[in-house]
Design a protein. Sequence first.
Length: 136
Amino acid sequence: MSVKLVKQYTVFLPNVPGALSKFVELFANEGVNIIGIASEIRDDSGIVRVAVDAERKVSQILTGAGFTTIETQMISVKLLDRPGELLRIARLLGEHNINITTVYGSADSGGTDSLLMNVSDVDRAFEVLKKDPEVK
């Protein structure tokens, strides 16, 4: 189990065929690996959130390609793939008065869950999670 800080980029995309492929092509062309992606579509447009584990500023690449983007810091947590892990993390942060504002993730066949979270206080949440004996 591990916890680290990653960057998330939020952009608005038109809800048309090919829009997502043109967007993620920018990351591929720059050699930036996408570690998480989520979207919400409403009528003719959508919001896409992309999490990357990269040191450089991807916002400059996106802005240069004509996208309006919001860059935020988020927390990536690797957990054991077992019932109750999300509950444990949500409860731990709630007990420290830290609000989870966005969450998405996945489980792999190796028994690990990847959880990506935006929270109300990133620095405090990072410290709380680092002290958790189940998360390192």
